[in-house]
Each structure stands twice: as structure tokens, then as C-alpha cells.
Ligand binder design. Structure first.
Ligand code: GLN
Length: 495
């Protein structure tokens, strides 16, 4: 299965050079999935018939010289909450049983336009609510490094599939860490772009002011190549920003991939005191500090900084995210999409029964919490206060970036827990989001790169944070680290 160890860009090169065909690349993914997925459970659907057709169409374009992207012909897996035309899109929820969208999400149409082949959908926490990928209606995803452990979440399938070499590259979504934290737990590279860098059109909304689509890949170069394809403005998403398009003035003039030079000389790397020490696994701390040392050897300058507001990030996030979710998920009523309760005496009963039977426990809990914080009498005490905290967190980061160019901290305070452990202690699970959620509240870009292993050989991830629009800086710092190290080149024996 050596083909599956190639990065997306390496595979794209082989396809371009006609060393392998688009069909062969696709068949390699499908064979890897057949061999491995019974153990990992990363896929919720794999549409070989549709992707075979797509592969043949793209092969013709490549043969005619009409497909210029370096990723042309490369297979890509998509998280199950991103709409794919004619392909199941269920958010790993019973309530969307059988739902096949009539349109592609903008990010999906862009990867198709670049000649990438959409292979299938990837498992996740129901409606992207979770940090472990255990709440899926399809059953939990397993971490390929130890199948008794979780892969992280909510994009657990998208990260585990790349780690287990049963996907070349994937698209995930990140509302509070769902790309970066599973990337960290699975030893792969995951990038959450600045808010607005990628259109959210067709991403089934969890918390619209925080959600972003981004790549999960074997290395930073692949993430940059995918970003060149999917970033930019979109008339269907008024929060998307045209400045992020490859070639647009400002953020991404020469394209993310072409701009990666690994030069970090003089780059000021902020090291926040609050993200180390108590509550952080010592081995995680050691590995992340090792990464900072490595960046220093490449010419970067480490500067101590403080992010004292970070302790407010988790409560602020869980108020805003659940408030938005309670509104966004009201559209699932048993009438328009997916699952409908069999028994109902009235239209109200139909709504109640469909939602009671169709949503899982974690989703119901969050809808109730979100409805509560928005209800009159509690709105000011919770939701309004959280909005003020959100502004304070944005200002806090802006202040911190007055002293540094990027910030480095652990992606998560520990490595992947055992399956079952977190659901029995949900508070612990929510608190483990401490280093990731604040970026979504502030709209900042964040990258998780593998930076070591703990005593049980479980991967550790370091997070590089940039100011809004500093996506290239973040990617370039990660690239510099990957040029000097090979943590990202290790693969698990899936057993
Ligand atoms: N773990 C966080 C939550 O449960 C983040 C999830 C996400 O980013 N989608 O809300």
C-alpha cells in the first residue's frame, strides 16, 4: 500500500507524469479502505460508482491538458457535514438518515473544479458536537495508533482516515477545534483557516459565527495546496472574504503553496505562560517546547507572552456555540429532510417525535442549553455576557500579536483518551478544548502539526496560531518545522 503513503502533492505529480492513472489512485484508496476501515470506522459512506465516473471524467481532462491544479486526479474524502451532491450527507445523525443534497458545498465544487475526486464521507461526532467522535450514529471512530482510544473530534473520521492511510487528504470542519484536535490525536496535520477564508455554503451549520472548513493532510504543503483550491469569496456566503483567494491582493497574492519557503528568520514566536504547566501532560509540554526550540534553531525568536483571558474561552464558547446551534438545528423537524417519526397525531407531535427520536443525547443537551441561554430572563446573564467575553478575547489576542507574529502552544493538553472515558466525564471533555476554542471565538487561523509521541506511542500535536488573515505565516512556520523534523512522516500499524 506504498501509494497510500504518498502526500496528495506527490500523488498529483505521479498522475500528471502518467506514472499512475486517476483510476489507479482511486482504487488504491478503495483497497486501503477495504483493508483497514473495519478497524477504524472512519467512513460513513464510500461511493465507488460515482467516484469511478468522476475519475474517468477527470482523466480525460488531464489527458487533454485541461486540468492544471497540482491536485488534479487526487482522491479526497469529505466530512459528513459538508454537502455533496447526490451523496449521503448525514452529520452522522439519525435525523438526516438517507439525506442526499441536491447541491455541492462551495468547498466541494471547488475541489471538483480542481480535478480532485470525491471518494466518500467521513465519520464524526453527531452534528460536529464533541471532541471524541463517539456520538456518531454509525458508532465510534477508532484511533489508528491505538484502536482502544478515540481519534479526537469532531472530525475524527477525517483525521483517522489520513493517519491510517485510507484517505490521501480530507476536508473537515472546525467550530472549536474539530480539525486541529483530531489532527493532533491522530498525528496528522490539520488547518483551521481564518474565519471567512473558506466559504461555509453547504457546510451544515453548527455555530455559524465559529464554523470553518479546512484541510486535514499528511503535511503542511498538502494543507496549503488544498487551501489554494478552496479559499476565497463566495456570493453564497456573505461572511466569506475574496482576499483569501489564491492570487488576490493582500492575504494570498502568490498562492499559499507557492509562498511556503520555510524561512522563519526573525519570526517572533509567542509562548503563552498559561498554556504550559498545570493541567498539561508533561510529555505534551516537552514535545511542544521541543518544537519551539526547533523553530529557534531555524532563526525564529521565542518571546514569552500572556493569554490570561484563555480561562474564559471554554464557558464563552459553550454559550455561544450552543445558542447558535439551538437556532441552526431548528430546521430539522421531520418534514424537510431525513428522518420522520412513524407515530404522530398532530403536526406538533410530528416535530416533537421526529426530533426526540432523531437527535442523539449530546445534540439534545446542547439544543436545550442553547435555548436556555437565549431565553428572555437569561439572555443578558449568559448570551450577552458571552458576546462581551468574545470581544475581550478578540482584543486580548490583538494585544498579544502586538508582541509576536505567531503563537505556539499545545493543540490539546493531553493525548487521546480511551474510548468511553470522556463521555462518562463530559466536563473534562469540554475543558480539554481550552487551547482550541478561543481561536474560533476570535476568528483566527490555527494549525496543528505532529511534534512527538508520548510514552504509549500516541501522537502529540502543537498548535501554531496567527492573527486574522495571517494564514500564510502560520502555514509557513509549520512548514519550517516539518522541513527540519519527521514526526509527520510516521504511520501507525493499524491493529
Ligand atoms: N469540541 C467542540 C465542541 O464540542 C468543538 C467541536 C467542533 O469544532 N465542531 O463543540
Amino acid at each position: 500500500m506504498e501509494l497510500m503513503k504518498l502526500t496528495a502533492l506527490e500523488l498529483g505529480e505521479k498522475i500528471k507524469a502518467k506514472e499512475i492513472s486517476v483510476r489507479e489512485a482511486l482504487d488504491a484508496v478503495s483497497a486501503a479502505k477495504e483493508k483497514t476501515d473495519a478497524k477504524v470506522n472512519a467512513y460513513t459512506d464510500f461511493d465507488k460508482e460515482l467516484s469511478d465516473k468522476e475519475a474517468d471524467r477527470i482523466q480525460k481532462l488531464i489527458d487533454a491538458g485541461d486540468s492544471k491544479s497540482p491536485l488534479a486526479g487526487v482522491p479526497i474524502g469529505i466530512k459528513d457535514n459538508i454537502s455533496t451532491k447526490g451523496m449521503l450527507t448525514t452529520c452522522a445523525s439519525k435525523i438526516l438518515t438517507g439525506y442526499k443534497p441536491a447541491f455541492d458545498a462551495t468547498a466541494v465544487s471547488k475541489v471538483r473544479d480542481a480535478g480532485m475526486v470525491v471518494t466518500g464521507k467521513l465519520n464524526m461526532d453527531e452534528f460536529a458536537m464533541g471532541s471524541t467522535s463517539e456520538t456518531s450514529v454509525y458508532g465510534p471512530v477508532k484511533n489508528p495508533w491505538d484502536t482502544g482510544k478515540v481519534p479526537g473530534g469532531s472530525s475524527g473520521g477525517a483525521a483517522a482516515a489520513v493517519a491510517a492511510c485510507e484517505a490521501v487528504v480530507t476536508l473537515g470542519s472546525d467550530t472549536g477545534g474539530s480539525i486541529r484536535q483530531p489532527a493532533s490525536y491522530c498525528g496528522v496535520t490539520g488547518f483551521k483557516p481564518s474565519y471567512g477564508a473558506v466559504s461555509r455554503y453547504g457546510l451544515i451549520a453548527y455555530a455559524s459565527s465559529l464554523d470553518q472548513i479546512g484541510p486535514i493532510a499528511k503535511d503542511v504543503r498538502d494543507c496549503a495546496a488544498v487551501m489554494d483550491v478552496i479559499s476565497g469569496g463566495d456570493v453564497n456566503d456573505s461572511t466569506s472574504n475574496a482576499a483569501f483567494a489564491s492570487g488576490a491582493e493582500g492575504v494570498n497574492e502568490n498562492g499559499f503553496l507557492a509562498s511556503l519557503n520555510g524561512d522563519v528568520k526573525g519570526l517572533k514566536v509567542g509562548v503563552p505562560a498559561e498554556c504550559f504547566g498545570e493541567g498539561v501532560d508533561p510529555k505534551v509540554e516537552e514535545s511542544v517546547k521541543g518544537m519551539i526550540k526547533e523553530l529557534e534553531s531555524a532563526g525564529a525568536v521565542a518571546v514569552p507572552i500572556s493569554l490570561d483571558f484563555i480561562r474564559f474561552a471554554v464557558p464563552t464558547y459553550y454559550i455561544i456555540a450552543t445558542a447558535e446551534a439551538s437556532s441552526n438545528l431548528s430546521r430539522f423537524d421531520g418534514v424537510k429532510y431525513g428522518y420522520r417519526a412513524k407515530e404522530a397525531d398532530s403536526i406538533d407531535d410530528l416535530f416533537i417525535n421526529s426530533r426526540s427520536e432523531g437527535f442523539g443525547g449530546e445534540v439534545k443537551k446542547r439544543i436545550m442549553l442553547g435555548t436556555f441561554v437565549l431565553s428572555s430572563g437569561y439572555y443578558d446573564a449568559y448570551y450577552n455576557k458571552a458576546l462581551k467575553m468574545k470581544q475581550m478575547i478578540m482584543d486580548g489576542f490583538a494585544g498579544a500579536f502586538g508582541n509576536c507574529d505567531v503563537i505556539v502552544c499545545p493543540t490539546a493538553p493531553m493525548t487521546a483518551p480511551k474510548i468511553g472515558e470522556s463521555l462518562s466525564d463530559p466536563m473534562k471533555m469540554y475543558l480539554s478544548d481550552i487551547f482550541t476554542v478561543s481561536l474560533n471565538l476570535a476568528g483566527l487561523p490555527g494549525l496543528s502539526v505532529p511534534c512527538g509521541f508520548d510514552a504509549q506511542n500516541m501522537p502529540i500535536g502543537a498548535q501554531i496560531i496567527g492573527p486574522a488573515g495571517g494564514d500564510l505565516k502560520v502555514l509557513n512556520a509549520g512548514h519550517a518545522f516539518q522541513l527540519a523534523t519527521d514526526h509527520h512522516k510516521k504511520f501507525p500499524e493499524v491493529g
